[in-house]
Design a protein around this ligand. Structure first.
Ligand SMILES: N=c1c2ncn([C@@H]3O[C@H](COP(=O)(O)OP(=O)(O)OP(=O)(O)O)[C@@H](O)[C@H]3O)c2ncn1[C@@H]1O[C@H](COP(=O)(O)O)[C@@H](O)[C@H]1O
Length: 157
């Protein structure tokens, strides 16, 4: 009488994330690569210098920044808005890797806005530093009610 041989256990295959997610994950740095790259926020100052040089060169054939600024302030600002919305969409959906990529796009386009407007990064750093330690809740509560100040806004001290 033949002996029934039990079938080998079927290994559950680990589910791969979809191709689109894998390709985005390949594009962002892994923690060890991030440490090796040694990047920090000073990259924004260098980026500003590069974009400012592109503005001065006006080389629309070789520079995306020069080409964008040549299209005018409204276009420069519009691109920032588009990148902001893309970042919001990815963040809202909890797509971490995509949010990193969109954040980089957003910061680049913010720097182009600064260069186009003649704003130096240190002016923004100074404003952030001035706000350090000021609770947003306390600041909002202390705002004068119904008075539109010289800056044409009721926001910010
Ligand atoms: N960080 C960036 C950066 N991030 C995104 N991008 C470009 O931004 C563009 C965004 O593409 P989109 O299709 O959204 O926009 P678009 O081409 O303006 O098209 P439309 O909206 O007009 O249809 C792409 O061409 C990206 O390559 C960037 N281009 C340049 N930089 C930095 O800026 C430096 C100077 O670049 P150039 O000015 O090109 O020399 C580079 O060395 C980088 O450090």
């Amino acid at each position: 009488m033949p002996v029934a041989v039990p079938a080998p256990p079927v290994k559950a295959k680990a589910k791969k994330p979809p191709k689109s997610v894998r390709s985005v994950e390949k594009r962002i740095l892994k923690p060890l690569d991030i440490a090796a790259a040694g990047g920090d926020a000073t990259v924004l100052d260098r980026l500003w210098q590069t974009v400012e040089q592109r503005r001065l060169s006006g080389d629309v054939n070789h520079s995306h920044s020069a080409r964008l600024m040549a299209r005018g302030t409204a276009k420069v600002a519009q691109k920032l808005g588009e990148e902001a919305v893309e970042c919001v969409i990815e963040a809202t959906q909890g797509h971490r890797a995509e949010t990193i990529l969109e954040s980089a796009d957003l910061l680049y386009h913010l720097v182009v806005v600064w260069v186009d407007a003649g704003i130096k990064p240190e002016e923004v750093w100074a404003e952030l530093q001035r706000r350090e330690g000021i609770s947003g809740i306390a600041e909002k509560a202390a705002r004068p009610k119904g008075i539109v100040r010289a800056a044409r806004t009721t926001k910010l001290p």
